[in-house]
Design a protein around this ligand. Sequence first.
Ligand code: URA
Length: 239
Amino acid sequence: MRIDRFLSIHGYGSRRASKKVLRRFEVKVNGKVISDYSLQIKGSDRIEVDGKEIPNVPYTILMLNKPAGYMCSMKDENYPSVMNLIPEEYRSRLRMVGRLDQDTTGLLLLTDNGVLNARLAHPHTEVTKTYAVTVNHILRPTLVDLMNQPLDIGRGETAAPSKLTILDEYHATLTVTEGKYHEVKRIFGHFSYDVVALKRIALGPITLGDLEEGKTRILSEEEGDSLLAICHLQKGDQL
Ligand code: URA
């Protein structure tokens, strides 16, 4: 792939703008500053823009720490769209991997790798999603076993067994393997609990870490590889 196409895939504008990037920023391939935008790069090359290493893969995976009050939709509707929080250069290309409710916070991935996105969302892939949950009344220890079995969550739907870890009276983490509509709220609702705060803290091998609310970061190549691995994808299969 040519370096100008690589830079445009990684958010440095159109190919024409990427040529400007080569003039404005210091772009290094394997430690050597380059100025030729037709340079072909190989999969093993190490690419840096202004000292920051860019994962050498032909797609982008972005993590957002979603604040409450934003909707997982492409456009503003009743609430502003999460796309307002995505750096402008990525906005037109990236699509959300699944959705979080308007009042849910935490880890949301966006990617332009359509195959990866479809696999992550596919029920057969059984990607684990872990949520930090705050509820409105005291958590009973018996819930751990009760949630670890299939549950009728209404509307003719059954939630697969989930893993509850009680942290204290009102706080727990719940790991689910599906992505049913309002799934966590409906699982707790089955036991007459209201979820008063919900935050996704992990998706498969990817954790939210200390990313500030409302901020984004590009996943590292290793994180991207770990997602490909759980989806049984090879680097060559993307896009
Ligand atoms: N389960 C929910 O109830 N809401 C979310 O946003 C995600 C999972």
